[in-house]
Design a protein around this ligand. Structure first.
Ligand code: DGL
Length: 261
């Protein structure tokens, strides 16, 4: 069994890179649903539908552990998948998301005001606020949607993305931490760190997910022993576009992206 990683586009590749760096021995399949990107602007029904489809696809590709490396899909679909879909459709498969590990990391420092930047769908779900308050009820949480960032990053237009980052960073006042609540945003983490005051910690999922998954596998031996160790990574997308190869090669030189069949 392989480790499957799913995102709406190529943003989740930064999380995959974190996994591969922390645990190079496993076999990974990355699946980006580029045909339906961006998820952040879609309805809950659409996000749920596409996410279930992606999970079914990764299961058909022999993935035993699947990480939804997409905050939007995690916020809308993870609970349904874990409680309803997986127990009936594929009870041996484990599906995890990115929100809980991020929230656990964000509360480690003694922050009292936490900002969250995410897609419109993630912000409307208020998943970050709810999960942060479960751990620390008195936290002040400020959630803002950044609809312009994903399209700019997917188009590899970092000049526009940096201008948008400045605009969005200005929404937050006097926060102790900023959660980059979208897997596309780690590609702009240096920009956010440059713009925000020094005291504001930027919580970037590429810096925490590797350690979190490693720790999860250490605690779940029954899953760990079912995973194959061939050190391979396959990157698949639902719709191919020539610039995807360029984006992916900045993270994984020599990787060949293929259209999923
Ligand atoms: N990368 C996804 C996330 O983490 C969102 C991108 C999109 O809007 O499709 O939320």
């Amino acid at each position: 069994m392989k480790i499957g990683v799913f995102d709406s586009g190529l943003g989740g590749l930064v999380i995959t890179k974190a996994f591969v760096e922390a645990m190079p021995e496993y076999d990974y399949i990355y699946y980006g649903d580029t045909m339906h990107l961006p998820y952040g602007e879609k309805t809950q029904e659409q996000i749920l539908f596409y996410t279930i489809d992606a999970i079914k696809y990764l299961i058909s590709q022999n993935c035993g552990l699947i990480i939804i490396a997409c905050n939007t899909a995690t916020s809308i679909a993870l609970r349904y998948l874990q409680q309803r879909f997986i127990p009936t459709f594929a009870p041996d498969i484990k599906v995890l998301g990115v929100v809980i590990p991020t929230v656990e990391e964000a509360v480690l420092d003694n922050a009292s005001r936490i900002g969250v930047l995410a897609t419109p769908a993630t912000v409307s779900s208020h998943i970050y606020q709810a999960e942060l308050h479960k751990l620390k009820p008195k936290l002040e949480v400020f959630e803002f949607a950044a609809p312009k960032l994903v399209p700019a990053i997917e188009a590899n237009d970092f000049a526009s993305a940096k201008i948008c980052a400045q605009e969005y960073a200005a929404c937050f006042e006097d926060i102790d931490s900023l959660i980059l609540g979208c897997t596309h945003y780690p590609l702009l983490k240096s920009e956010f760190r440059r713009i925000l005051p020094k005291k504001t910690k930027v919580v970037s999922q590429d810096e925490l997910m590797g350690v979190k998954l490693k720790d999860y596998l250490r605690r779940h031996i029954e899953i760990d022993i079912s995973l194959s160790r061939g050190g391979k990574l396959q990157v698949l997308v639902s719709r191919m576009d020539e610039h995807y190869a360029k984006v992916a090669s900045t993270l994984f030189p020599n990787i060949k992206i293929e259209e999923a069949k």
